[in-house]
Design a protein around this ligand. Structure first.
Ligand code: SAH
Length: 569
C-alpha cells in the first residue's frame, strides 16, 4: 500500500490526526497552509490536493465532513481505474466512516483507525459485515487473480450458497465464511498456472522463488517461459535470487523491476539450485531449467525473509535546520531509511522519525569512523541514511563516506546502492536571507586548521583576496582555535577597503537565527562563533536600505564596467 495521507483543514484536527498517525506510522499529515502548524506536508487547496492524492492511488483519511470529500471527488468516481481507500473521520475522532475502496482494504484501515481512536468504524459493506473479511482483498502474500468475478461470487454467498476451499487460506480461519466441502462455489489457493473456473475465486500465494545463475539477455522473458514450462503462475512469483557477487548488477535490478518482484541476494553460492535452496531449504517443488532454478515454498511466510536485499546508503543534506529548507528528496529518503547515522545534533534535525527507525547518534567527531559504521550496516542489507547539516558535500559526510569506500576492498561495500542527496548549505541560506552577496564569483573556505595546515589556509585566503572573490567562511572560530580568525581578517584588510560589506549569519534556519550586515572595518572576532557563517563581500558588493531600516547586500552580476544591456542602451 502506498503512503496514506491524513488531510486536515484546521489546527483543531491535529491531535486526532496525530493519534491516527501513531497507529499508521507510514502516513503523512497534510495541513492547510496558514491554518495548521506542524503538519508533515502543507497544501494550499483542499479539492485539487484531494484529487491529486486520489489519482496517485494514495489512501486518504480526511478529517472533515463526508460531504466535502464526496463533492471533491465526485467527478473522478466514474473512472474505476484508481480507487484507493478513502475514509472520513470526525474532527474529534468520534466517527470513522469508510467511503470508497471496499476492495482495496478500506475497512481494514477503518478498523485500525477505529481501534486507535476507540471508535467502532461505520462499516456498511454487507459481505464484509456478514463474513468478517473482504474476500476480494486477501492479506499480503496472496493475490486474487479474477477480481472481476468477485462481485457475483460474494452476491451468491450472500444469497446462501456455500463455498469449498481448495488449498490453504489461513486468513479464512478468522472469518465467518460458509465453508462446506459440498459447496457450489470454490476458493482455490494455488501457485499453479491454471485458469479460474466458473464460480471460483482463484488466489495465488507468493511462494515461488527463482534463482538466477547468470545475468543474461532476455532474462525476464526466460523466467516467464520457464514458469510456464513447469506450469507455475507468474502471479505466485515472490522474488528473484542472485548471488552476492551480482549485487548492484543493473540488468538484474531492471529484470526484477520489470517482473514487479524484489531481488534478493544469497552468499557463498553460485549455482542456481544452491541459491534457491539456501533461501528456501525445504521447497515443496524444485526444478532447474538451464541457468534458472525454481523452487516453491509451502507458504508465503517461508519466502518473505529469504535472502537479503541490497543495502542502500544515502548521504543526505538536511539544510540549515528548518524543515522547509530540506529538499523533498531528502525527506523521502529519511522516511524510507531503517537506520539513521550521524552526529547527534544533526540526527535531532532529521525528525520526525518513526519508532521503528534505529538512530545511531554519536558524539564521535571522527567522520571516517561513522562512515565505516554506515557501510557495515548498509552492506548487511539495510537502508541507511547518513545525515549532515547543510549540504553533505560541503565539509561534511559525503567525502568521508567516499573515502571509506575508496579504502575498502570489501565487495559488499562496493555493491551497496550509494546515493548522495544535496542540501541548502549555510552560505546559501544566509546569503538568501540578506540578498545576494554571493551573486558573482565566490569561494567557500573553512578556517579550521584541524584537517589542513594554517599556512595553507592563509595562502588560499591571500589568493582569493587578490582574485577579488566574495568569500564565505565556515568553521570561522572555536574555543580551540581562538586566534585564527583575527589573523585571517588582518590579511583580508590588506586587500579590501574597510567599507567592504560583511554578513554574519548565525543559526540560520534555526529558532535563534540572526543575520546581520556590517563592514569589514567593524568586524571583530568576538562577533563570531562556530555557529556563524561569515560572508565577506568583493570590491563590487554593495548595500541598500530596506524600508524597515535593515540592509539588502548584493554583488552585481556585472564586473568593473557597466552591464552589457546598459552599454547597448
Ligand atoms: N555541511 C554544512 C557545513 C558544515 S561545517 C553546510 O553545508 O552548511 C560547519 C560550519 O558551517 C559551522 O561552523 C558554520 O560556519 C556553518 N554552519 C552550518 N550550519 C549553519 C547555520 N545553520 N547557520 C550558520 N552557519 C552554519
Amino acid at each position: 500500500m502506498s503512503q496514506p495521507a491524513i488531510l486536515i483543514l484546521g489546527a483543531n484536527s491535529l491531535a486526532t490526526a496525530q493519534r491516527i498517525k501513531a497507529a499508521l506510522p507510514d502516513a503523512a499529515i497534510y495541513g492547510l497552509a496558514g491554518r495548521v502548524e506542524g503538519a508533515d506536508v502543507t497544501y494550499d487547496e483542499f479539492g485539487p490536493t484531494l484529487r491529486d492524492l486520489y489519482n496517485a492511488d494514495r489512501p486518504i483519511i480526511a478529517l472533515c465532513a463526508a460531504g466535502i470529500v464526496i463533492r471533491s471527488l465526485a467527478a473522478l468516481l466514474q473512472n474505476k481505474q484508481a480507487e484507493p481507500p478513502v475514509l472520513v473521520v470526525a474532527e474529534d475522532g468520534s466517527a470513522v466512516v469508510p467511503l470508497l475502496g471496499g476492495t482495496r482494504g478500506v475497512n481494514v484501515l477503518a478498523r485500525e483507525i477505529g481501534a486507535a481512536l476507540g471508535t467502532p468504524p461505520a462499516i456498511t459493506t454487507t459481505g464484509e459485515l456478514r463474513f468478517g473479511t473482504c474476500l476480494l482483498n486477501p492479506p499480503v502474500g496472496y493475490r486474487l487473480r479474477n477480481h472481476a468475478d468477485g462481485k457475483t461470487f460474494i452476491a451468491n454467498l450472500l444469497a446462501g450458497a456455500k463455498m469449498r476451499v481448495e488449498g490453504e487460506a489461513p486468513w479464512f480461519a478468522e472469518a465467518k465464511l460458509p465453508i462446506d466441502d459440498t459447496g457450489t462455489l470454490t476458493a482455490r489457493i494455488t501457485p499453479a498456472d491454471v485458469e479460474p473456473a466458473a464460480d471460483e475465486l482463484l488466489f495465488h500465494p507468493a511462494t515461488i522463488v527463482v534463482g538466477i545463475g547468470r545475468a543474461e539477455p532476455d532474462l525476464a522473458a526466460r523466467i516467464l517461459t520457464a514458469l510456464t514450462q513447469v506450469k507455475l503462475s507468474r502471479y505466485s512469483l515472490a522474488l528473484l535470487l542472485a548471488a552476492e557477487r551480482d549485487v548492484g548488477n543493473a540488468h538484474l535490478t531492471a529484470v526484477a523491476a520489470e517482473l514487479g518482484v524484489p531481488l534478493r541476494y544469497v552468499t557463498d553460492t553460485t549455482t542456481p539450485e544452491g541459491l534457491v535452496l539456501a533461501a528456501v531449504p525445504e521447497p515443496i517443488q524444485a526444478v532447474t531449467i538451464e541457468t534458472l532454478a525454481i523452487a516453491v515454498a509451502d507458504k508465503p511466510e517461508d519466502v518473505q525473509m529469504a535472502g537479503r536485499k541490497r543495502g542502500r546508503l544515502a548521504v543526505v543534506g538536511l539544510g540549515p535546520g528548518d524543515a522547509s529548507m530540506m529538499v523533498p528528496a531528502v525527506r523521502r529518503e529519511l522516511d524510507q531509511a531503517e537506520d539513521i547515522v550521524g552526529y547527534d545534533t544533526y540526527v535531532k534535525m532529521a525528525g520526525p522519525l518513526r519508532a521503528d527507525q534505529i538512530v545511531h547518534a554519536s558524539d564521535n567527531r571522527e567522520e571516517l569512523w561513522r562512515a565505516r559504521q554506515a557501510f557495515a550496516l548498509a552492506a548487511s542489507g539495510r537502508a541507511v541514511a547518513v545525515v549532515s547539516s547543510g549540504d553533505p558535500g560541503v565539509f561534511a559526510m559525503a567525502s568521508a563516506v567516499l573515502e571509506a569506500l575508496d579504502g575498502s576492498e570489501d565487495a559488499t561495500w562496493h555493491g551497496v546502492d550509494l546515493i548522495i542527496l544535496p542540501g541548502v548549505s549555510a552560505a546559501m541560506a544566509a546569503a538568501a536571507r540578506i540578498g545576494a552577496p554571493l551573486g558573482h564569483d565566490f569561494c567557500i573556505i573553512s578556517l579550521s586548521d584541524n584537517l589542513k595546515p594554517w599556512p595553507v589556509i592563509l595562502d588560499r585566503l591571500a589568493h582569493a583576496a587578490a582574485g577579488d572573490f566574495a568569500m564565505a567562511f565556515y568553521n570561522p572560530i572555536s574555543k580551540a582555535r581562538p586566534w585564527q580568525l583575527g589573523e585571517a581578517l588582518d590579511l583580508l584588510r590588506q586587500h579590501r577597503a574597510p567599507e567592504t560589506p560583511v554578513v554574519l549569519g548565525r543559526d540560520v534556519g534555526r529558532p535563534a537565527e540572526r543575520v546581520t550586515s556590517l563592514t569589514l572595518g567593524d568586524l571583530t572576532p568576538e562577533m563570531v562563533d562556530m555557529r556563524t557563517v561569515v560572508i565577506i563581500g568583493s570590491s563590487t558588493t554593495r548595500t541598500i536600505k530596506r524600508p524597515n531600516g535593515s540592509d539588502w547586500v548584493y554583488t552585481p552580476r556585472w564586473y568593473g564596467a557597466e552591464p552589457v544591456e546598459a552599454k547597448k542602451a
